[in-house]
Write a protein that binds this ligand. Sequence first.
Ligand code: BG6
Length: 496
Amino acid sequence: MDFNPFRSGLSVSREAQSFVFVIFGVTGDLTRKKLMPALFSLYAKGHLNRFKIVGFARRPWTQEFFRSEVEKMLQKPELLAYGKETLEAFLKTLEYLSSPFEDPAGYQKIDTVCSGFAHRIYYLATPPESYGTIIQHLGENGLAREKGGHVRIVVEKPFGRDLSTARRLNDQLSQYFREDQIYRIDHYLGKETVQNLILLRFGNGIFEPVWNHRYIHHIQITVAEKIGVEGRGNYYETAGALRDMVQNHMFQLLCLTTMEPPNDLNPDTIRTEKVKILKSLRPISFRETPLYTVRGQYAAGYMDGKPVPAYREEPGVASDSRTETFVALKLFLDTWRWSGVPIYLRTGKRLARRMSEIAVRFKAPPLELFPRAWAYSGRNALIIRIQPNEGISLIMNAKIPGYTLNMRPVNMDFSYGSAFGESPPEAYERLLLDALVGDSTLYTRRDEIEASWTFITRILKGWEEDPSPIPQYVPGGSGPEEAKTLLEPNTRWRKL
Ligand code: BG6
């Protein structure tokens, strides 16, 4: 492998050559919102050379109709800015294959549409129920075999819904594909600020010496959203916040914040360090779930002055649903570095604002020298803002100007926008290009997925056994009050 995302910068030109990108489920939402805009943008920026995009789906669309649908997907000002010619050239690379996922005849056409290109990528963008069928047909029709070029498969989340289903999916994949052909996507890893965690921690000398239980009081990771389930009620009922956000995105943030320094930047070295973190999570037994976890569901109310329905009133949601739209967890890592440091995770929909951040709070100074130190000391914190307003702030205490020794916290700020003056690529652009050039650093390995599901499945079992009502929370706030019960003394949830 000649490119590594942590060794090279954004400006390095990377080019994927001679490939066919086959999207299963090309008529769906993910293709419309993320995949096509990302592929087009990569093309317009000159990262794709000699390629073809094949849409594979059930609907009986003609080639013309497919192209016109894709054209609609690309009607965004930032994409239209590349000009009509670029758009037309891109649309010419598209081909549609209409076939039920269960029909071998559809798969038999894939070799023909791919002929003349060296490499191929299959992208599973269908509902997860179809993954098994597609993998099996790809395998049985010899389409997973590499005959001179690379063959890779990208698998979207949800990757299973508990440990056994995730294992089954891994087994199905590994029956036909080698691990290095499998790319399990987690779009959080494509976010610039998430990758920056590695650079921040290991590209600077000042953080690592204090990055441990001796200096850190606790860590808080928040992924708050303003939106509700937005028409995805059917899917969300099968997931809930723990499966939808914690098992994947938030655990990635946790791993990158707490893992040991890797010895090198090879994809497997980094992923091995992440797995060690997941395996060191102190298990929460089903009796302990009320002590370490809090769930919530959004009630009806108002957001920005407009009425919004309760989760249980959303289309596709059962009126007595117990699916959580908010979850908070208190975790411990049983490692030398993190022993005894509480790590709080919180995520939810219909909260006060969209905000994802990692807050590392440091311990108070050993001696409280200053008047009113009790009120202000111990609030040193490093805040890593994932989105929006991407950047990092260091909160420290400073003297308030005047004749007395009063202090208050102030911020030392770094903001991506003003420091670099260019907007980072969309997460999907970055990740798709990585898959095309064969870099799996920002993709999840089999053991990583299984280690995270091992931990999450225990909580799910605990919840199944717990008949207590799910706390309801007011939209536009910070989630259920019960989340405060997780916190140790002298700790507060950060304001949303
Ligand atoms: C998805 C979840 O993986 O991530 C959604 O399924 C969630 O429920 C989304 O809204 C959040 O992603 P982002 O990039 O907007 O933070």
